[in-house]
Ligand binder design. Structure first.
Ligand code: ADP
Ligand code: MG
Length: 233
């Protein structure tokens, strides 16, 4: 059965330099289906925290568990597996792969996780169909599927990044300032679309940004400088 707490961060500290501590998060918990906005000014450690949650950076101490599985102490290979299976990641620079077409970009997580592939339908035909459906729901026509990433507008690329994060029903989407390059109208539309989609697929969301005006779109808002014991003390 899927657990109800998708993310549990406890007493985690991290620093890039052994002599300095950048982050000390006492507790950060996200329940299934919940959307959480995490605000912090530039340089406050938002991307670093997402790197810790994604298992890309190892914490100096503390516990990070994703869907009840403790990430700290796992091998790098197992962490990669956990990330592929449970997380959908939307990067600030989107990180779509330019040498793959849209369909290949969207279905990528299913190549790295058997569970994501299974949830998306199992067979390659069914996975392609799931990608087609997602892209359609996000307002991109089917004729785009075989196109290269470079032929899309930024707004379309962002929708492809959302489809890639959502395919195969990850438990938690982490989004790192994906709207910072957008004007306010497109930014609002993008967040509404992301929220509608994640509700359909029952994914939790952790969305980080420096822009406090976005807080209204989420169930709950947190302030990283307040959450961070290093900065608070
Ligand atoms: P934010 O995403 O909130 O802007 P970051 O997590 O990117 O903040 O960075 C937090 C701090 O850590 C900054 O002072 C930044 O310069 C530093 N930092 C980020 N990445 C590295 C790295 N790979 N090595 C050393 N310092 C880093
Ligand atoms: Mg950042």
């Amino acid at each position: 059965m899927r657990t109800e707490t998708v993310l549990d961060v406890r007493d985690v500290t991290f620093g890039y330099d052994a002599a300095e501590t950048l982050l000390h998060i006492d507790e950060l918990k996200i329940a299934r289906g919940e959307s959480v906005f995490l605000r912090g000014p530039s340089g406050s450690g938002k991307s670093t925290l997402l790197g810790l949650i994604g298992g890309v950076l190892p914490p100096r101490q503390g516990h990070i568990s994703i869907c009840g599985t403790e990430m700290t102490g796992l091998s790098a290979g197992r962490r990669d597996q956990m990330r592929a299976t449970h997380l959908g990641i939307i990067f600030q620079q989107l990180n779509l792969l330019p040498y793959l077409n849209i369909l290949q970009n969207v279905t990528l997580p299913c190549r790295f996780s058997a569970l994501r592939a299974k949830r998306a339908g199992g067979e390659s035909q069914a996975i392609a169909e799931a990608a087609r459906r997602l892209i359609g729901e996000l307002g991109i026509g089917e004729d785009f599927l075989t196109r290269n990433v470079g032929t899309l507008s930024i707004g379309q690329q962002q929708r492809v990044a959302v489809a890639r994060a959502l395919i195969g029903g990850p438990d938690l989407i982490i989004a790192d300032e994906p709207t910072s390059a957008l004007d306010s109208e497109n930014r609002d539309r993008f967040i509404e679309l992301l929220n509608a989609q994640r509700k359909t697929y029952n994914c939790s969301l952790l969305f980080v940004s420096h822009d406090l005006s976005l807080a209204k779109y989420f169930d709950r808002s947190l302030d990283l400088p307040q959450l961070n014991q290093v900065r608070a003390s």
